[in-house]
Design a protein. Structure first.
Ligand code: EPZ
Length: 430
């Protein structure tokens, strides 16, 4: 049967228990691997701790399609520039993964021309790329949009000062990579400060780029362009979103889970919320343990914000936990315009949630019931899986492919923590 018809069957009610090594970050690995496009001929970028996921494989395939030599084995990706590169990004990959758009900047900087089919919107929002294109245009690129594709040309990009209207993660990644090969100095102000950006800057530095955060990473990045970059290696940071997801799995089921190989400072915003909700946890240098509590977690008020604020990518999973909290919670989504797709599905399971614009009001209930629910995107799917782990009876999360974009061996990881889940084949419910 086709992948799209697979679902996650969960028999709920067992508290998660045990420890889990957290994978490398998907959202850091994608730009880090893409930065290999900046290499000079004959040079190689080695990236370790790369999660084996559909999206990281799509990035590897995209770079291969452009003419790079890419290997991907046991969590290590090598990207080498051996022959000539194509300037045209294939529609197949761009349509599979919106994050393909971060290839535009480095490809243009390397080749002087890049053609990218427009990635289009997705279920969490319209997700325009105007900030990416405005920044490249400021660096001297001619940008034209026709026949549903972006045509970007610039014999040589020029360094300049770019102020981002919003600290977009993807725009910052595209522009910092483009600036690494531009002529002269580029200053990116109001840049994103996510750990994934820091990891990309580490990769660029490892390849000899002259890139620094000004003022201790307060959103200003300074780049002095180089003619080409050389071989280097970088380790992908731990996936803070996966860590938060498994910790919330412990919270929602009343279990005890230790996430290991993490950088807890990357998810302080969740830990602060757990403290506020009176969930017991222990934070150590590279691990965090959530303890079971006798009481239900307390309700919370949360607003998603760019890093170091509370991540939009953890909003659905936290909301799932808040469905069973004591009291009424308020969750405001300020990054994406329609990232409440999990709400109608959680309601099917007995959650009491009202939505007004970008604010959800969640009245905690005592139990959730197993149900057939549909994952519409990655984190919505993770949230529904967490709800299923806590629910009475059986839950079937359809649209499993979305979850598998971001979580390595999700079913095995949960079963190792004592859950009862399996991947089944069958019809979707939409
Ligand atoms: C990255 O997406 C992540 N994806 C997302 O993770 C994450 O939710 C998001 O950052 C926010 O943290 C990857 O890293 C691959 P943005 P990105 O540009 O770069 C608007 C997940 O679940 N915007 O910071 O696309 C945009 O519409 C995924 O792992 C513009 O208006 O996010 C959105 O409302 C989903 N114009 C907001 O900014 C632009 O040119 C934030 O987007 C660019 C963005």
């Amino acid at each position: 049967m086709m992948e799209s018809s697979r679902y996650l069957k969960i028999t709920g009610g067992t508290p998660l228990h045990g420890s889990i090594r957290i994978q490398g970050s998907k959202n850091a690995a994608l730009p880090v691997v893409a930065s290999g496009l900046l290499l000079g001929r004959g040079e190689t970028l080695t990236c370790t701790n790369v999660p084996q996921l559909r999206d990281t494989e799509t990035m590897a395939a995209l770079l291969r399609a452009l003419g790079m030599t890419v290997t991907f084995e046991n969590g290590s990706v090598t990207v080498s520039r051996t022959g000539d590169l194509s300037c045209e990004m294939p529609a197949a990959q761009v349509q599979k993964m919106r994050a393909s758009s971060i290839v535009l900047g480095p490809l243009l900087a390397q080749q002087g021309r890049a053609v990218m089919p427009m990635p289009g919107g997705c279920t969490i929002g319209a997700r325009p790329i105007d900030l990416h294109l405005k920044g490249l245009a400021k660096m001297g690129a001619q940008i034209e949009l026709h026949h549903g594709a972006v045509y970007a040309t610039a014999e040589k990009l020029r360094g300049c000062r770019i102020y981002l209207d919003f600290p977009s993660v993807g725009a910052t990644e595209n522009l910092v990579m483009a600036a690494a090969l531009a002529e002269g100095e580029t200053i990116i102000e109001n840049a994103a400060r996510e750990p994934e950006i820091t990891n990309l800057v580490q990769a660029l530095q490892a390849m000899g780029a002259d890139v620094v955060f000004k003022k201790d990473n307060q959103g200003i990045i300074q780049v002095n362009g180089k003619p080409e970059l050389a071989s280097g290696s970088v380790r992908v940071v731990p996936d803070r979103i996966a860590a938060c997801t498994y910790l919330l799995g412990a919270v929602i089921t009343g279990g005890e889970v230790t996430v290991t190989d993490v950088m807890p400072q990357h998810f302080d915003s969740l830990l602060a919320k757990l403290e506020e909700a009176e969930v017991g946890y222990l934070r150590q240098e590279d691990r965090v343990t959530v303890y079971p509590s006798r009481e239900r977690m307390k309700s919370l008020s949360v607003k998603t914000m760019p890093y170091p604020g509370f991540p939009t990518d953890v909003q659905p999973q936290l909301m799932a936990a808040l469905c069973l909290a004591h009291g009424t919670s308020v969750v405001k989504e300020s990054i994406f315009e329609s990232r409440f797709q999990h709400v109608p599905e959680l309601r099917k399971m007995g959650a009491e949630i009202d939505i007004q614009g970008n604010t959800a009001v969640i009245r905690g209930v005592e139990t959730l019931n197993g149900s057939d629910v549909q994952a519409t995107d990655l984190r919505a799917g993770a949230a529904l899986a967490l709800a299923g782990l806590a629910a009475e009876g059986e839950t079937r999360v359809h649209g499993l492919k979305h979850i598998l974009r971001g979580y390595e061996d999700f079913d095995k990881a949960l079963n190792n923590l004592g859950a009862n889940v399996s991947i089944e084949e069958g019809e979707g419910i939409i």
